[in-house]
Ligand binder design. Structure first.
Ligand SMILES: Cc1ncc(COP(=O)(O)O)c(C=O)c1O
Length: 377
């Protein structure tokens, strides 16, 4: 079976984790946590990094640091992981949705302005499957309405966005370097992985201090067990961070392989009838975290049926997200009553992603391409 993902790991990861074991520094104390925070923040063009135990915790920390009030609103795409909504619900705030763009599958930035109310406090753009959100309009709205921007770059390590293109002098900057704070997951299927892991980045020193405190139970500074705030234990271990440091060192190679994988699939699949493949807008550098495809309704089979046949032929796939407005756990809380997001609904029913490892070989890519072509033709 060709897996959807396998991590790219090597000698450096072994060497650094051995160092943790030999030295005994296996908890969240040890040189690698800070080194990983610094190297990842620098790579993304940010000043401060706060490593945590997973991407869901990163979102929760990022939102908790904003000190929202119950009933405050955060605008986010309907097409994303449930962690975006749970982070907002955890502080008593309300997720407010927009649909996604039918080409890039990222949040439809033209819908954001209409969703702003006097209770709106933040916008949460989520880069999807490696393609950046069109951030300029969001950053402009955020400035105009004094909103925080929490960028979810879990799926877009190393992706780039051409900001300021409307002025004609745009500059390419890495995703994860925009807005108030940005969040990452380093789960095993991510471009940079620590097995499980996450990070929040920000340029704001005061916010970074708050994140540090919240990550570690808000231990007292003068008297350790006297807590002035309610925090979490979201600490990352030195062992995880050791893997992360090695992963950042190899990111250029990983990205090169990912972009090769994306180009290969697109070359093989772009002429398959009734199949929509990922785009790369002129203002974006897609890192193809996962290579998603949309099966046209003309094919007469759902994405699930296509996935089942591909599995029989040795190709593993995964379905796309179910929209937040269709999540039973959220609808049962009275959220998103009768709201419809047609693009998200189409994606969730007709999308699946193909084996997308950085380790994918040419033979595997050919096999996947042939199987998919045969199944949908
Ligand atoms: C966009 C996005 N945000 C956040 C997360 C949550 O990350 P984690 O699985 O590390 O909790 C994911 C998980 O894949 C994700 O895709």
């Amino acid at each position: 079976m060709i897996p959807v993902n396998e991590p790219l790991l090597g000698e450096r990861e072994l060497q650094y984790t051995h160092e943790c074991i030999r030295s005994g520094w296996i908890s969240s104390t040890g040189r690698f946590v800070e080194e990983f925070e610094n190297s990842w923040a620098a790579y993304c063009g940010r000043r401060h990094g706060v490593a945590v135990c997973n991407g869901t915790a990163a979102l929760q920390l990022a939102v908790a640091g904003l000190e929202l009030q119950p009933g405050d609103e955060v605008i986010m795409p309907a097409f994303t992981i449930i962690s975006c909504a749970t982070a907002v619900l955890a502080v008593g705030a309300v997720p407010v949705l927009v649909d996604c763009d039918p080409r890039t599958w990222t949040m439809d930035v033209d819908q954001v302005a209409d969703r702003i109310t006097p209770r709106t406090r933040a916008v949460m753009p989520v880069h999807i499957y490696g393609h950046p959100v069109d951030l300029d309009p969001i950053l402009a709205l955020a400035q105009e309405h004094d909103l925080a921007v929490i960028e979810d770059a879990a799926e877009a390590h190393g992706a780039e966005y051409l900001c300021g293109r409307a002025r004609g002098d745009g500059t390419w900057r890495r995703c994860g370097g925009f807005g108030t704070a940005s969040c990452f997951s380093f789960y095993a299927n991510k471009i940079v992985t620590t097995g499980e892991g996450g990070m929040v980045l920000t340029n704001d020193a005061a916010l970074a201090r708050r994140y540090h405190a919240l990550r570690n139970l808000c231990f007292g500074t003068e008297s350790r067990f006297r807590h002035e705030g309610l925090g979490f234990n979201f600490r990352m271990t030195n062992l995880q961070a050791a893997v992360g440091v090695a992963q950042v060192e190899r990111i250029a190679e990983t990205l090169e392989r990912k972009r090769w994988m994306g180009r290969e699939y697109t070359r093989r699949l772009r002429d398959v009838p009734h199949l929509q493949v990922p785009v790369e807008e002129p203002w974006a550098r897609n890192v193809y975290w996962m290579y998603g495809v949309l099966i046209g309704s003309e094919v007469g089979a759902s994405a699930g049926q296509v996935a089942a046949v591909m599995r029989e032929k040795g190709v593993d796939t995964r379905p796309f997200f179910l929209g937040l407005h269709e999540q039973p756990a959220l609808v049962q809380r009275g959220l998103f009553h009768e709201e419809r997001y047609p693009v998200t609904e189409r994606l969730s029913r007709q999308g699946l992603y193909l084996p997308s490892s950085a380790t994918l070989t040419e033979d595997q890519s050919r096999h996947v391409g042939e199987v998919l072509r045969e199944v949908v033709s």
